[in-house]
Design a binder for this molecule. Structure first.
Ligand code: PHE
Length: 485
């Protein structure tokens, strides 16, 4: 008999795919991808991001869902028990702890930004943007960022929606709605793209996003593109591991990972194209930063027929996509807490979300009272929001990802790994996958991170080699020891 998670399983294959896609597709695709692509110069940045999805993201996605399904436990315990079953120390569970902390950190600012889309939803529904000029749309956005009470209100409402959804439980809370919303989002993005092609400048958008000029790519752009590939697929913090625990047996991990990654990437590219077509068509600044989506799209909605209706539908879908991602940031920690202590699901959720909510105030203030001259500026040269974002996305996610890749690739019993990989599919691609986990991810990520942080290229390459070789040596030594014992 296959083990079942105590939080209830997802019996239909589609449900896992939808939930994982629900976690993956979120603000990262709709809001963040376009604005960082704009900030870091387009084509070359997009290319690095795509490579990193294929070479690092997909293999890691398979590894995380594999670990979850193998153990049917929440990440921290899953890692500990898999390590033990493979004759390794329980220290590997720290990947789960790292993910838990990082999840709360990300949730703190994620909720604030998701709140913006709620504000826009209301604005659209009231017809506030109908016929508005470019200046008015920009002034509306600045007005929102300047109003602490409004930001706090929407941040709080969004966080309450997160609590409510998680408290209802995996199946009921996350369940069927995603099935409806995901295709709807897709269709609406296509509508926007068509509108952008007619009224905006699609060729300019295509040129910007797909003509590659590496001379424009700064070192930190590499770090950001890499970090974003983790962020957008919800990798590096054991979220997919948590969801993997609910994944039915007899489903191919490889196919599933492929479907989710493809969906996620398509949504990002569609959103990017639609937004940049409108940006270039209206003479807006591609490197406008976090406001990019919140200014370019409302300008289109202001002019198009039934714009308020489309606009309201769009921001509703953005908020929903954000919700299905946000719940996945806390679900693993809630599941762990419930498994470990038997605490009530709702209570655990409320406590954790209250913490993230409070931390979110730093992000709220980053757009107004704390927009300059704070401790964060003195230490990191950025606002609190940008510092949290950089720390969580560009440092902690890749770190968690590399540790997970090393653990799965080098330290889990090979037979166990192989059987679970084969389950529901074939062994096709197995050696390649193992190579990606053992070598490409750890070496690639170490190299990009270290050089991006200003370490000399040769030193970085040396460290990357040491990480891979060290893991190899350490794992084989231990294997020998356990065999002798
Ligand atoms: N993948 C989500 C997005 O693109 C964000 C996220 C990151 C969710 C990490 C869970 C874990 O918006």
């Amino acid at each position: 008999m296959t083990k079942q998670s105590i939080h209830g399983g997802w019996n239909r294959r589609m449900t896992f795919i939808l939930a994982a896609a629900g976690s993956a597709v979120g603000l990262g695709n709709l809001w963040k991808f376009p604005y960082i692509t704009g900030e870091y110069g387009g084509g070359a940045f997009v290319l690095v991001y795509l490579f990193s999805i294929a070479l690092v993201g997909v293999p890691l996605f398979i590894a995380e869902s594999l670990i979850g399904r193998q153990t049917r436990e929440a990440p921290i315990r899953a890692l500990a028990s898999l390590a033990q079953a493979s004759g390794r120390g329980r220290g590997w569970a720290s990947i789960g702890w790292l993910g838990a902390v990082n999840g709360l950190l990300i949730l703190s600012f994620y909720s604030v930004i998701a709140g913006w889309s709620l504000d826009y939803l209301l604005g659209m529904a009231k017809g506030a943007f109908s016929g508005a000029s470019a200046e008015q749309v920009e002034a509306t956005f600045d007005g929102l960022l300047g109003s602490v009470p409004r930001l706090v209100l929407w941040h709080s409402l969004f966080m309450m929606a997160v609590v409510w959804t998680i408290a209802r439980g995996v199946q009921k809370g996350i369940g069927d709605a995603i099935q409806l919303m995901m295709p709807a989002l897709f269709i609406l993005l296509l509508v926007l793209l068509v509108y952008g092609a007619i009224e905006g400048d699609l060729p300019a958008a295509l040129g910007f996003m797909f003509s590659v000029d590496f001379s424009k790519l700064s070192l930190d752009a590499w770090v950001v593109a890499l970090g974003h590939s983790f962020y957008t697929l919800s990798l590096g913090m054991a979220v997919i591991m948590a969801y993997g625990a609910y994944m039915p047996a007899g489903v191919s991990l490889v196919r599933t990972a492929g479907i989710v990654a493809l969906t996620d990437t398509l949504v990002a590219l569609l959103a990017g194209l639609a937004i940049f077509a409108l940006v270039f068509g209206n003479g807006l600044d591609a490197s406008a930063g976090p406001g990019l989506m919140f200014v370019s799209l409302p300008m289109a909605f202001a002019q198009m027929p039934f714009g308020s209706l489309f606009g309201a539908a769009f921001f509703l879908l953005v908020a929903f996509a954000a919700l299905s991602s946000a719940i996945s940031l806390v679900e693993p920690i809630v599941a762990f807490w419930v498994e470990k202590t038997g605490i009530a699901r709702t209570k655990a959720t409320v406590i954790l979300c209250a913490f993230a909510w409070a931390l979110g105030m730093a992000t709220v203030l980053s757009f107004n009272h704390w927009s300059s001259d704070t401790l964060f500026h003195a230490w990191f040269g950025k606002t609190a929001f940008d510092s949290f974002d950089f720390l969580s996305t560009n440092l902690l996610l890749p770190l968690g990802g590399v540790l997970t890749a090393l653990f799965a690739g080098w330290f889990v019993l090979p037979q166990l790994l192989k059987d679970q990989y084969r389950e529901g599919g074939t062994l096709t691609g197995y050696p390649l996958w193992l190579f990606a986990l053992r070598v490409i991810s750890p070496a690639g990520v170490s190299l990009v991170l270290l050089t991006g942080l200003g370490v000399n290229l040769w030193v970085s390459a040396l460290v990357a080699a040491v990480v891979v070789l060290g893991a190899g040596v350490l794992s084989s030594n231990l294997t020998l020891k356990t065999r002798e014992a």
